[in-house]
Design a protein around this ligand. Structure first.
Ligand SMILES: Nc1ncnc2c1ncn2[C@@H]1O[C@H](COP(=O)(O)OP(=O)(O)O)[C@@H](O)[C@H]1O
Ligand SMILES: [Mg+2]
Length: 55
């Protein structure tokens, strides 16, 4: 069962399209890591989930 479900998430910083169509789910009881190159959007993804930036 998914504890967290993210669907088609987009985030813009002004004219910068930082996240495009991001979807994933995290099942209850699982430990999940988010990996990617510098600037890929890891921090922005977590900020959006936390409500610190507007989707
Ligand atoms: N406050 C900001 N203003 C403008 N662009 C930003 C800001 N924060 C991040 N970005 C841009 O958004 C993209 C994703 O960045 P970020 O989420 O920090 O990536 P990561 O955490 O994977 O290194 C990059 O292109 C970065 O330059
Ligand atoms: Mg980061």
């Amino acid at each position: 069962m998914a504890l967290l479900e993210v669907r088609e998430l987009d985030v813009h910083y002004g004219g910068i399209h930082a996240l495009r169509n991001v979807s994933f789910s995290v099942d209850e009881g699982k430990i999940v890591t988010l990996i990617g190159a510098n600037g890929a959007g890891k921090t922005t993804t977590l900020r959006a989930i936390s409500g610190l930036v507007k989707p």
